[in-house]
Design a protein. Structure first.
Length: 256
């Protein structure tokens, strides 16, 4: 039994074909509780991105069409008034559909909660993809500073922790979600950022994936301890942990 006497359910799981169509992939596992139960809209704003980067990434990760509309309606309601107070009826009304149509796309409230969690992970990894797409090759200090700003925007907005955080904590999945988000982000960094960095600089550490995981967990922890910590200090932590070469590549330096 989970909080408030509600059964825990493994909703962050691999799924799901419904009526012959694949509409969502839940890649990680972790326990989560969902609750029965009204509120106003509050939209979670993801970080800005170039249309090209967002579209390319969207094709690989995002659910689309009516299923996406229903998921977004659920996400808005969860963030506005909590998961416990949101019913399937509320979600259907917010999405402008009938309850019957909701159940065509999602088998239960748990199912749409899983889709919302997937969307949160997609937001985080997509923000890193956008940062990677827009950074200038060889401009290490600038790229690292933008990366720290991206990290901060992922966790906080002008009012404090993003609404996503309250949803995760209500569900009791903050730790398992962090593990999943760090794993997928570290995987992206290894395959896209580290590989390119290695073409122009000496990579001075081993166990890249593991080091990225340690670094990401550490940065999140530092921001929990001190939300006001400066980007400059965060940059130094990353630079020292990964032993980064902050100088431009030799060819670029000569050209300048």
């Amino acid at each position: 039994m989970g909080p408030m006497g509600v059964d825990s359910n493994d909703i962050m799981k691999a799924s799901a074909f419904r009526r012959g169509r694949l509409f969502c992939m839940h890649a990680a596992q972790g326990e989560c509780v969902v609750f029965p139960g009204e509120g106003e809209r509050m939209r979670f704003e993801s970080t800005a991105s170039s249309p090209e980067a967002r579209e390319a990434y969207k094709k690989g990760r995002r659910i689309e069409g009516r299923a996406s509309d229903i998921m977004q309606a659920a996400r808005d309601l969860f963030e506005a008034k909590g998961v416990a107070s949101t019913t399937v009826k509320d979600i259907a009304a917010e999405a402008g559909i009938t309850r019957e149509l909701f159940y065509y796309y999602y088998s239960s409230k748990n199912d749409v909660v899983a889709a919302v969690l997937d969307d949160y992970v997609a937001d985080i990894v997509e923000s890193v993809a956008v940062w990677n797409e827009t950074r200038r090759l060889g401009a290490m200090p600038e790229a690292l500073r933008d990366c720290m700003a991206t990290l901060r925007r992922t966790l906080y907005d002008a009012n404090g922790p993003r609404p996503m955080i309250a949803v995760l904590e209500e569900l009791g999945v903050r730790d398992s979600f962090d593990v999943r988000a760090v794993r997928e982000t570290a995987d992206f960094l290894c395959k896209n950022v580290a590989e390119e960095y290695g073409r122009y600089h000496d990579v001075k550490i081993d166990l890249l994936f593991e080091m990225f995981c340690v670094m990401l967990f550490g940065l999140v922890g530092l921001l929990k301890i001190d939300p006001q910590i400066s980007d400059e200090k965060l940059m130094r932590v990353v630079e020292q942990a990964l032993r980064l070469d902050m100088e431009p590549p030799v060819d670029q330096a000569m050209a300048e």
